[in-house]
Design a protein around this ligand. Sequence first.
Ligand SMILES: Nc1nc(O)c(N)c(N[C@@H]2O[C@H](COP(=O)(O)O)[C@@H](O)[C@H]2O)n1
Length: 219
Amino acid sequence: MHNILFYQTDRPYGCFSNFSKFPIEVDNKLWPTTEHYFQGMKFKESEHEELIRLAPTPMAAAKMGRERTRPLRADWEQVKDEVMRTAIHAKVNQHNAIKSILLSTGNCNLIEHTSNDSYWADGGDGTGKNMLGLILMEIRNSLEGYKDEFHLPQWMTFPEVEPFSIFWRMGRGEDFMITFHKWLDGMSEEARKEYWKYFNQFRPIEWIEAKRIQDGRLK
Ligand SMILES: Nc1nc(O)c(N)c(N[C@@H]2O[C@H](COP(=O)(O)O)[C@@H](O)[C@H]2O)n1
């Protein structure tokens, strides 16, 4: 199984971060991000909930939610996973782009990767619980249309084969390319964009050069 790491909102798959700007509506209230909702629920039905809902940015909401001068609800440790589940469900069900990107990750492990957090994320070294990633995968796997399928790009699946090799036009190479392109074509445009943004980070130099040549040839 392959890993997809996410954290910063302006990086590939950053839409899975709670800080990404996808508003959600829960119980007739609109929240600017899932982070606002998560932090607000620490103070459910108190004035702090509304102050956090109105925070100008998700980071401001997180800072307010973490201030221990505010009265954290007594059952927070018991309910926090369920609060996160509610937030992610709302985000996925209220934004088709998020749903399609999530579905396109197939059977990949989704990992919030940061040393800033060992509960919701992986702690930076894989020792964290990655609860946000686990909840995203749990929701993904229960979505209608979920398929247990994922393919790495050509250069990661067959790293020993050169870009213009005959391998890609016969036998195993050709079979791979047919399956790969059929799978890729089945994704939404947003999902395909995210996929290439992420995996182009690992595109070897000879494959960058090959793409340049191919793109030039197609013009
Ligand atoms: N951007 C960012 N910075 C941090 O410092 C973080 N810990 C995280 N992780 C996210 O923080 C939220 C939960 O925080 P608390 O339980 O209130 O500490 C949650 O959205 C994590 O995914 N992100």
